[in-house]
Write a protein that binds this ligand. Structure first.
Ligand SMILES: Cc1ncc(COP(=O)(O)O)c(C=O)c1O
Length: 427
């Protein structure tokens, strides 16, 4: 073997040549696409001086209202509401559904802390349930955690992966529960031909900078139910618009989560990019999967289960090693090959995506001495490590790679070479 060939086979971690020549592009799918189109959209709004959705110095139409129409159309729902963040979208969605003090909402043990925090913001109590090999809610475990106080289930399509919505909706319907989909990380994904977020009673999106589509911040709520939409609209707007169209006895108070026009203008451009971004990420993920399927099988490495491969939003490529120690070693070895990789849970590394690291929730902290939403709980609710051991085991053994739409074919091929090299040496 030539010196060079030997060097290419040696792990970069041990001084070999990295399989991938350059580090991957930053993982901001919509954010990296921002160009003259967004610039022009923002400038148009600025020049019109109409920065507020309801009026400006001259006549004109609202970008936020246009975004709501186009978003609903794109997602296949009757209604959409533009708000200021994904968390605001979840809070408006929960208010829309009538979830309140003392109500239990089942959330996955693997999700960003905003999902349970939104439940607490309306006085509800988040109850954690296990995820399965898809890293989304396990319907069987959800059913086990239902109590007389459960009012809703919140599936989260984590890392672009569609949750098993048929099983989850079935559990919900049998127990008379609402379904609020947290679609923050899976814009445009689908399950059995329906866009994620449109399957449950309400779907919520985030437009924060890491998300597939972004305006830096922002959020969207979608629903097919008129009264849910009207309630969400009232909550997102302290005194505005829709109240004039409702009978006095239906009018509720709200606060302010209205989307600024500048943000809506950016999002209108981003929405046009959605299907192209999804195509690009899906194609790259397919290449990765095909390129490592064989070696994964031989080495006993399990690929993440994807409940709907076609509908996967494909932002991440995830596989499970046999042990968490192995996952750590593989992640470090891949990173040295210029393939940014990481495991998803380590007991000593605080990460607000993992329920036992939601420190203020685990400790049931409150903003006032009167106590948090748990004071309304009619039973003890826990967030200890033994609450969802299967989730912790899976996350600890997971190795996660971003699938950037900007990866070139040769970068994907180098990534495949790097994974093969690391599996051969370590797995
Ligand atoms: C799964 C999930 N839910 C909710 C949110 C909250 O969104 P935002 O940061 O826009 O409030 C995020 C992202 O931050 C998220 O990843």
């Amino acid at each position: 073997m030539s010196h060079q060939a030997h060097d290419a086979e040696r792990l970069a971690l041990e001084g070999g040549q990295p399989a991938k020549s350059l580090p991957s592009p930053p993982m901001f799918p919509g954010g990296m696409m921002i160009d003259e189109e967004e610039e022009k959209a923002v400038l148009d709004v600025l020049r019109s001086k109409r920065l507020f959705r309801y009026y400006g110095p001259q006549d004109g139409s609202s970008k936020a209202a246009e975004l709501e129409r186009r978003f609903a159309e794109h997602m296949g729902t009757r209604y959409a509401l533009a708000v200021t963040s994904g968390t605001a979208a979840l809070v408006c969605g929960l208010q829309g559904l009538g979830i309140g003090p003392g109500d239990e909402v089942i959330v996955p043990a693997y999700t960003w802390i905003a999902s349970p925090a939104s439940v607490m913001a309306v006085g509800g109590i988040p109850v954690v349930a296990e995820v399965d090999e898809s890293l989304t809610l396990d319907a069987t475990d959800v059913e086990r955690r239902i109590t007389p106080y459960t009012k809703a289930i919140m599936p989260v399509h984590m890392r672009g992966t569609p949750a098993r919505m048929d099983a989850l909706v079935d559990v919900a319907r049998r127990h008379n529960l609402k379904v609020i989909e947290d679609t923050a990380q899976a814009d445009g994904g689908s399950y059995q031909g329906h866009r994620l977020g449109s399957i449950g009673d309400v779907g919520c999106f985030s437009l924060q900078f890491n998300k597939i589509l972004t305006a830096g911040e922002g959020g969207m709520v979608i629903t097919n139910d008129e009264w849910t939409w009207q309630r969400a609209v009232m909550f997102h707007d302290v005194a505005g618009g829709i109240r004039n169209q409702l009978p006095e006895e239906k009018i509720l108070w709200g606060i302010n989560f209205r989307m600024p026009e500048l943000l809506a203008a950016v999002m209108l451009v981003q929405l046009n990019r959605l299907d192209g971004l999804l195509d690009a990420m899906r194609q790259r993920k397919r290449m990765l999967r095909n390129g490592i399927e064989d070696i994964a099988r031989r080495k006993g490495v399990q690929l993440q289960d994807t409940p709907d491969l076609e509908g996967d939003a494909a932002v991440a490529f995830i596989f499970f090693m046999e042990t968490s120690e192995l996952a750590d070693r593989v992640s470090r070895a891949l990173t040295a090959e210029n393939i940014a990789a990481g495991s998803l849970y380590h007991p000593d590394r605080v990460d607000y995506h993992v329920y036992c690291h939601w420190i203020p929730i685990v400790n049931q902290r409150s903003w006032t001495p009167q106590g948090g939403p748990w004071r309304w709980a009619r039973r003890e609710v826990n967030y200890g490590k033994d609450e969802c051991p299967r989730t912790l085991d899976l996350l600890g053994r997971a190795v996660h790679l971003d699938v950037s739409p900007l990866l070139t074919n040769s970068e994907v091929e180098e990534t495949i070479d790097g994974i093969n090299k690391v599996f051969n040496a370590i797995a």
